[in-house]
Design a protein around this ligand. Structure first.
Ligand code: NAI
Ligand code: MG
Length: 395
């Protein structure tokens, strides 16, 4: 029996294309694992009224390690219209299986590394004084709190009377007190100290493990005094456990500006849910975008690794497929790091780096081509050719 079992959840669209590619790489690098398929996504909403079936939850609870592709989700009315006839009117309502998975297993720590690979034509470049260009090497890792903050889901349009009363007890609510209910929307930003501590400790521990000299907290404490204030307060406490690592602090808005001035200055960055979502997409844009953006969702017991991109339905049926498998392959490398197989993780990243550096095999996104069936004739590598090239560089 293998040492690990990876629960593979290809999901929808190109999730079904890229997940098996990452498994090919994990097998080739000699990872001692079995793989079990688990159902997730649109078909299971349509036919079972649940996009995250209980049997998938059971597999994750048992095996603790997940590799997830992507799912398709649609607005409420469309979701209801596609539900199978036999299930209609029985109280089913669509709920995102990703959010459900994060909540069920408290996958509160989201890690999104954004590292540039030399030779990637999508890398950020900067003009120098004399007009030539330089390409700073970006090596940022965003730690995004995954379960609370502005995405906690506590929100109303037309808040109920008791909520309005509670809001009215705050002096700053005065200018809004006369707004009609249906004209008033409120989303609550909830931050808890224990969750702050967990994400901060995870970020500092990562910095220590991988030799980063600083951790940057990216919030807005001068305005969001209570919530961002609590994050900063906890960061100062946690830093005491990691005295060799400096604590820096930036404001999310300023960070978005500095990002394109000196992205090489940032290493481990920690932020609450929304700011972390923004910062990780922004950094990802400097290093190749969705074809390269990998992530891990880490809880106490369970960890799930996935590319940041979605199911890209318009490319799902192309034969051969054209989407870039690198984001998912790098997510699989994060899985290797997570279980302590750092040498294998490095082999995978080195193989990706070698292919990118050589520049002979490039998917359509790396060539800045319009995606579609013509891309291959225009010189783009297929998804399979990209994986093959990576496999050929595994030492
Ligand atoms: P998307 O990420 O699926 O695709 C946006 C565009 O990015 C694509 O059209 C394509 O041009 C490019 N792209 C994405 N992945 C790529 C890859 N591996 N290689 C090369 N190019 C790539 O986002 P979109 O179109 O907004 O959403 C499509 C569906 O995916 C929706 O149903 C949405 O709800 C869902 N979604 C799911 C996510 C997840 O499963 N984690 C995340 C984001 C969206
Ligand atoms: Mg996002």
């Amino acid at each position: 029996m293998a040492r690990y079992t990876v629960v593979t959840m290809p999901g929808d669209g190109i999730g079904k294309v890229v997940t098996p590619e990452a498994v090919r790489v994990l097998k080739a690098v000699g990872f001692d694992a079995d793989y079990v398929h688990a159902d997730i996504g649109w078909d299971f909403w349509v036919n079972e009224g649940n996009a995250l079936p209980d049997r998938t939850i059971e597999l994750l609870a048992k095996h603790k390690l997940g590799l997830f592709g992507a799912i398709t989700s649609k607005p409420k009315a469309e979701a209801a219209a596609e539900l199978s006839l036999k299930l209609r009117g029985k109280g089913f309502s669509y709920f995102s299986p990703i959010v459900a998975m994060r909540q069920r297993f408290n996958l509160d720590i989201c890690i999104r590394p954004c590292r540039s690979f030399a030779g990637n034509p999508l890398n950020f470049v900067r003009q120098k004084k004399e007009g030539s260009f330089e390409e700073p090497l970006v090596n940022a890792v965003i730690f995004r709190q995954n379960t609370e903050g502005l995405y906690a889901g506590v929100e109303w349009t037309n808040p109920p009377e008791d909520v309005r009363r509670a809001l009215a007890s705050h002096p700053k609510f005065k200018p809004f007190a006369a707004v009609a209910g249906e004209d008033l929307a409120v989303s609550v930003r909830i931050i808890t100290r224990p969750a702050c501590r967990r994400i901060l400790r995870a970020a500092f521990a990562y910095a220590r493990k991988f030799g980063y000299r600083s951790v940057t907290v990216c919030e807005k404490p001068n305005v969001l005094r209570e919530t961002s204030g609590m994050v900063e307060e906890e960061a100062k406490q946690v830093q005491k456990e990691f005295s060799e690592i400096a604590l820096w602090s930036t404001n999310i808005d300023a960070q978005m500006m500095w990002l394109t001035k000196n992205p090489e200055d940032y290493g481990v960055v920690v932020a609450t849910n929304l700011f972390g979502d923004v910062a990780s997409d922004a950094f990802a844009g400097l290093v190749g975008g969705l074809g390269f953006a990998c992530s891990g969702n880490i809880g106490d017991a369970v960890a799930v690794f996935e590319p940041t991109h979605g199911s890209a339905p318009k490319y799902a049926e192309l034969d051969p497929p054209i989407v870039n498998p690198i984001a998912t392959i790098l997510s699989a490398a994060m899985l290797l790091d997570h279980v302590g197989e750092e040498a294998k993780a490095r082999q995978v990243r080195d193989a990706v780096a070698a292919v990118v550096r050589e520049g002979k095999v490039r998917t359509y996104d790396m060539m800045r081509l319009t995606g579609g069936p013509k891309a291959i004739a225009q010189g783009a590598a297929s998804t399979f050719q990209m994986t093959d090239a990576i496999l050929s560089h595994l030492l």
